[in-house]
Design a binder for this molecule. Structure first.
Ligand code: ACO
Length: 475
């Protein structure tokens, strides 16, 4: 990785209790907020920095994605998301994120060929899937199966070998749609559909989702086009919760399949990628536009756990640029198919009301990427339980590109945050018999109870428990 960070300024931290001052370097990247290098604080000042949720902490330097949350800007390798969504395709964006540059025609052909070659999964994975309950959520299948993939490729898991890194990246990008579609088919008790080389990435996924041996399925070009665009919009988003999880898991030098499986787990939660599923459930719960005001009031009430799903973002304090593009797509697609429908009407009205409300304006809470994406997925026939799976499929390239960058970063060390300990002060252990346990019982690992002098406690002559505070028979 190029070392693009430059040091022009410093920040001095003064310990007001002792007067000790520590000068810390400030780095400036290509764009964005400068960072203070606090790594020497512990060794020089005997203090850690405290930042739960990493609200002010840069965990790494990265060349991949840039977000300006105040301006609503998102760049992949310097290219604005709007241009990529309009003029590129998902596989080209994968190449860009992985290798840093847009591919030439030859490079793209080779890359597409490589990804197409790797779309099949080992037949053994079918047996693995059969171990899941028939009604398992497809995300739980995805977490398990992606983690298990590593066991099929143990000959190419030398994470320091550039060729092994590359082949793992290709395998993950290629196999993710196959596994995602198979997880859905399994949860419906239906046979998996094999990938077909004649299709592009999005078409192939739709075919594996919806075709049956019993009838001919034609991929709707509108559906594959909009899906490809959604995949681009979800491809990477710098150091979000799931990507940071991938980097943290990978920093222990775990294989990339294990690290990405950890990332899928982190994505699943409704505060992150699970929000697309939660938005639809929320819109269904609201039911009718006349109920919106009541739910908006609930979202503002701190004693009520209800939040407007698909609203707010740690980084964007402006309209999420991805949400802007998805909103336009949702409008176009749903209008074309004449299925604007009550959920979309409710979503538009909810957005209108929230964006006029002082609470949301003050906190700069705007619709995020997940607010409208579920409506599009739904209109192309994707069931709600698959929404987060689609997010994971799209984000796989971001995770693997960030993993590769982390592994090759000369500054990489195992990710290991520190803490402020606020638990009990050091104290002595009280033996079990002093806490009401019965004499003669063996404790964990077959160990005998001991009195506070460390002697084995046989109990009294009748094997009865002795009174509290009494010693053992030998004492
Ligand atoms: N509804 C109501 N109030 C909200 C919402 C919301 N969706 N989001 C934030 N707030 C409020 C908070 O209560 C807080 O208010 P306060 O200052 O009076 O205490 C303030 O706005 C700041 O919110 P935080 O929770 O501190 O912001 P944070 O950056 O930690 O959380 C998050 C961001 C998790 C996305 C949050 O906005 C949220 O839960 N949104 C709903 C879930 C969602 O849509 N997640 C998807 C995010 S996009 C993605 O991951 C792909």
């Amino acid at each position: 990785m190029n070392d693009q960070k430059t040091t022009k300024h410093t920040v001095t931290v003064t310990n007001n209790a002792t007067g000790q001052a520590l000068e810390l370097p400030v780095y400036t990247g290509t764009h964005g907020t400068p960072v203070v290098d606090t790594r020497s604080m512990h060794s020089k000042m005997g203090m850690f920095t405290y930042d739960p949720g990493f609200k002010s902490t840069a965990s790494c330097s990265s060349e991949i994605t840039y977000i300006d949350g105040d301006a609503g800007v998102l760049l992949y390798r310097g290219y604005p998301i709007e241009e990529l969504a309009e003029k590129s395709c998902y596989l080209e964006v994968c190449y860009l994120l992985l290798y840093g540059e847009l591919p030439t025609a030859t490079q793209f052909d080779e890359f597409r060929q490589m990804i197409t070659m790797h779309t099949m999964v080992n037949e053994g994975l079918k047996d693995f899937m059969r171990g899941f309950r028939h009604d398992a959520h497809p995300m739980s299948i995805l977490v398990g199966v992606v983690g298990a993939l590593g066991s099929f490729f143990h000959d190419s898991l030398d994470i320091h070998d550039p060729r092994h890194q590359e082949i793992s990246a290709h395998r993950l990008i290629a196999k993710m749609p196959t596994i995602a579609a198979a997880s859905f088919r399994y949860s419906r008790g239906e046979p998996p559909v094999y990938p077909r080389n004649k299709y592009c990435y999005a078409e192939n996924f739709l075919n594996m989702m919806f075709s049956y041996p019993t009838y001919k399925y034609e991929v709707d070009p509108d559906h594959s086009r909009v899906l490809d665009k959604l995949l681009i919009l979800h491809a990477d988003h710098e150091q979000n919760a799931s990507t940071s999880t991938v980097r943290l898991a990978g920093s222990s030098l775990a294989n990339p399949f294990a690290a990405i499986s950890a990332g899928i787990g982190a994505l699943w939660g409704p505060a992150h990628g699970g929000a697309n599923e939660a938005v639809i459930k929320m819109l269904e719960q609201i039911g009718h536009p006349r109920e919106i005001a009541r739910y908006v009031e609930r979202a503002k009430d701190k004693d009520d756990p209800f939040r407007l799903m698909g609203f707010g973002h740690r980084v964007y304090k402006n309209y999420d640029p991805r949400a802007k593009l998805i909103r336009i797509e949702a409008h176009a697609l749903l209008a074309k198919h004449g299925r604007l429908g009550p959920l979309f009407e409710t979503a538009l009205e909810l957005e209108r009301i929230a964006l006029e409300d002082e609470y949301f304006l003050e906190r700069k809470l705007y619709p995020n990427v997940d607010f409208y994406s579920g409506l599009i997925y739904r209109s192309i026939g994707i069931p709600t339980s698959m929404f987060t799976v689609l997010f994971a499929m799209a984000r796989t390239i971001g995770w693997i590109a960030q993993w590769k960058e982390m592994i090759n970063d000369p500054e990489r060390v195992i990710g290991r945050p520190r803490q402020l300990y606020v638990g009990p002060a050091q104290r002595s252990f009280h033996p079990r018999l002093e806490r009401g346990h019965i004499p003669g019982e063996t404790g964990c690992a077959g160990r005998k109870h001991r009195c506070s002098h460390g002697h084995e406690w046989p109990g009294d002559k009748n094997g009865q428990r002795k009174a509290k505070g009494e010693g053992c028979d030998d004492c």
